[in-house]
Design a protein around this ligand. Structure first.
Ligand SMILES: *Cc1c(COP(=O)(O)O)cnc(C)c1O
Length: 400
């Protein structure tokens, strides 16, 4: 009797939450991955923006191996050096003065929401109201869902937690009308990722800062996807020249290992006193070392500037395509609005390029920040070819 295949085991034993691709990945190197049949793909899905340095970057591998051979996990009861180093580094790179480490994006948002609630409790004037934006995505815990403005993710879990108000992303006047002295925090992605790579209009983030200040509300930026160089700055809000009170990080921050972070100003962090929040895995030593190696590599290889060049190359190519309704993005967080994103994603996959979809009509492209410009051209060749042949096919069908 032959032992069951990976796909057989998944279909009989794994929760059916994920629409697995029709192949199984075996290994990766740089911007490329190979499946178990030896087929090669250019990986511009990067595990949904997690693999900022592609696969098996030697410095990240070395850091993980070194740390694993010494100390992998201690819990928050016992300190270790990589935890302290990572908190310090994230503060050095941002507005942050204190950092809470966890294991995922949804937990980073959860920590941000809890910190905001605690902040007002500690001032003896509790606030419970949050304002989010339509089309946003902040994660899958009930807390994160309570500020996620997409009905599809909330269905079956309503009323989630408490009352949040949702306003259209980018609409300053709607935000001004929604925020009041009851509002604990406004929670916004500087560039909506899952919602379809939607870049905030110029002046939007600065207006949010001003609106929050006018009502004493906290401003939370969800930089889970936009952070760690993706948008051509360490954090996307730095492109707008303003600072939030809290920033949520995950995805690329752990160099491929599960890691999240809530980065806080000192006054907000002061409300999260010992015992008010915690996690067993958060800031695990292996994840912190992988994260530190990732940050170091991004700085040393000057990948913030390179992210901008990758984005320019993509935009130059794809905005020239007649099939693309709109080409958008910031830095290396990219998307093309097309008529049938799911079919485009599948056809790209068949042609050897991995990308994801986002929102109702966008193919999202998240190259490794260290992808070469040649690799970007190859990706554009495939995408361009797929878009052109799809249009030809649908035109041929419409003539039948
Ligand atoms: C992916 C994502 C999350 C959720 O992160 P998980 O690690 O899946 O919990 C939250 N916010 C944004 C902007 C994201 O892109």
């Amino acid at each position: 009797m032959t032992s069951p295949t990976c796909r057989e085991l998944l279909s009989s034993h794994a929760c059916a939450h994920s629409p697995w691709a029709p192949f199984v990945l075996a290994r990766g190197q740089g911007s490329w991955v190979w499946d178990t049949d030896g087929r090669r793909y250019l990986d511009f899905a990067t595990g949904i923006g997690v693999n900022a340095l592609g696969h098996a970057h030697p410095d990240v591998v070395a850091a993980i191996v070194d740390q694993a051979s010494q100390l992998s996990h201690t819990s928050n009861l016992y300190a270790h050096e990589p935890y302290a180093q990572l908190c310090a580094r994230l503060c050095e790179l941002s507005f942050g003065e204190r950092v809470f480490l966890c294991s995922s994006g949804t937990e980073a948002i959860e920590a941000a929401l809890k910190a905001a609630l605690r902040f007002f409790v500690s001032q003896k004037r509790p606030r419970h109201h949050f304002v989010g934006t339509e089309g946003s995505f902040h994660g899958r815990t009930l807390g994160a869902l309570s500020v996620t403005g997409q009905p599809a993710y909330r269905a079956g879990y309503e009323p989630v937690l408490g009352a949040s108000t949702f306003v259209p992303f980018g609409d300053i006047e709607a935000m001004r009308a929604a925020v009041s002295p009851r509002t604990a925090a406004v929670v916004v992605e500087p560039v909506q990722g899952n919602g379809g790579v939607v870049v905030a209009p110029p002046g939007y983030l600065a207006a949010l800062r001003q609106i929050c200040d006018a009502h004493g509300a906290l401003l939370v930026f969800d930089e889970v996807q936009t952070g760690i160089g993706r948008c051509g700055a360490w954090f996307a809000h730095q492109n707008a020249g303003i600072e939030p009170d809290i920033m949520a990080l995950a995805k690329a921050v752990g160099g491929g290992l599960p890691l999240g972070a809530a980065v806080l100003t000192a006054p907000v962090a002061a409300a999260l006193t010992a015992g008010t929040h915690g996690t067993t895995f958060g800031g695990n030593a292996l994840a912190c070392r992988a994260g530190l190696a990732t940050l170091e590599t991004i700085a040393r290889e000057e990948l913030l500037g390179h992210a901008l060049r990758l984005g320019e190359a993509f935009t130059r190519r794809m905005s020239a395509s007649a099939e693309v309704l709109e080409c958008r993005g910031q830095g290396a967080m990219l998307g093309v609005q097309v008529r049938n994103p799911k079919a485009v994603r599948r056809a790209c996959q068949d042609a050897g390029l991995l990308v994801t979809t986002a929102g109702p009509d966008v193919v999202r492209v998240l190259p490794p920040l260290n992808a070469t410009l040649e690799e970007m051209e190859q990706a554009c060749d495939i995408l361009d070819h797929v878009l052109t042949s799809q249009t030809e096919t649908s035109e041929a069908e419409s003539h039948l």
